[in-house]
Design a protein around this ligand. Structure first.
Ligand code: FVH
Length: 295
């Protein structure tokens, strides 16, 4: 019987860049850790740091109730877990996948007698096990299972439960990363605009970061407008005003010899919403143009 001060033993399958970072965080926090990796050499350094290594995925699964997998993709999860006995296990899958893969994998695990949490890691390996680094891990699935495992799951990075639907961790993961790519696209266009001028990009970057940070809070207003179905609520910069400004952006891009191909699709959607009568709204109406209507 474990006492309250003993740390939950963890099995971890998958010792790539992320799996290795996860392993080190659990070892540093004093969790007994059993690891397995398809290529055994990747486990050697961890063995020297205190992890128990075993010969097969089946032996690793058998070692502990809490089994975490962090593999390349859903197919590698299937490859690895087929032939293991998942009966009575608490399986936490931190492998990136689509929402439908996560839902199918949850049903697959349930058929094999395991409780299941799907995960999405919002961090890169150097952020793992570093308090204050800003990373977190999204989980979806049974709330009671999450609550039971929470302290252990929160060791690598903050653990956040986003709902019982097992597909929702993956959906949140992809939604957050999609927003990140939008931000990277905007930053790419901004750097392109200054590229041919005598402007030091390292002097420009702090201004860009401060501006993006200041604007990030606007998502809360968007969320409230979506929730309330009122896209004019609290609007400070109407769509009409913003569309009127787009020739300035496109003209500046042309003057600077920069392709408008990153900005133009968004401007086209803004124009469409304006033409449909959304001039007094915020940008929120554009979201509805992106979502296909049910058949
Ligand atoms: N690294 C990152 O920045 C991102 C951050 C956000 C989350 N992702 C996701 O995390 C999963 C694992 O990523 P990773 O960085 O550990 O990936 P790799 O270093 O490429 O390691 C892949 C591991 O998967 C094993 N593997 C691949 N195919 C199979 C298979 N068919 N059977 C068994 N294992 C397999 C591979 O084993 P080996 O090549 O060493 O033998 C590695 O352990 C991933 O979903 C990211 O999207 C990371």
């Amino acid at each position: 019987n474990r006492t309250d001060t003993e740390k939950t033993p963890v099995t971890l399958l998958g010792l790539g860049a992320m799996g290795t970072a996860l392993a080190r965080s659990w070892l540093a926090a004093g969790h007994p850790l059993t690891v397995w990796n398809r290529t055994p050499s990747r486990a050697r350094a961890l063995a020297a740091e205190g992890a128990r290594t075993v010969e097969s995925a089946a032996a690793a699964v058998a070692a502990n109730t809490l089994v975490v997998v962090c593999l390349l993709d859903d197919a590698s999860v299937e490859d690895t877990l087929t032939g293991t006995d998942l009966t009575g296990k608490d399986l936490v899958n931190l492998t990136t996948g689509t929402p439908s893969q996560a839902r199918a994998r949850a049903a697959w695990a349930a058929e094999r007698g395991a409780r299941y949490l799907a995960g999405g890691i919002m961090a890169v390996p150097p952020m793992i096990g570093v308090p204050g680094a800003g990373g977190f891990v999204l989980h979806s699935g049974a709330r009671d299972l999450f609550d039971q495992c929470r302290d252990t799951l929160a060791v690598p990075a903050g653990a956040v439960h986003v709902g019982e639907n097992p597909g929702h961790a993956a959906l949140h993961d992809v939604a957050l990363l999609s927003a990140m790519y939008g931000m990277f696209a905007g930053a790419a266009h901004a750097f392109a605009l200054i590229r041919r001028e005598d402007i030091d990009p390292t002097a420009f970057a702090p201004l860009l970061a401060d501006w993006l940070t200041a604007m990030a809070g606007a998502v809360h207003g968007t969320a409230e407008q979506l929730r309330d179905g009122d896209y004019t609520k609290g609007v400070t910069s109407t769509l009409a005003m913003q569309v009127a400004g787009t020739p300035t952006f496109l003209g500046t891009a042309e003057e600077q010899g920069v392709s408008p191909e990153l900005l133009a699709p968004f401007f086209a959607l803004m124009r469409r919403r304006l033409d449909e009568g959304g001039g007094e709204e915020d940008l929120t109406g554009v979201i509805d143009l992106l979502v296909s209507r049910p058949e």
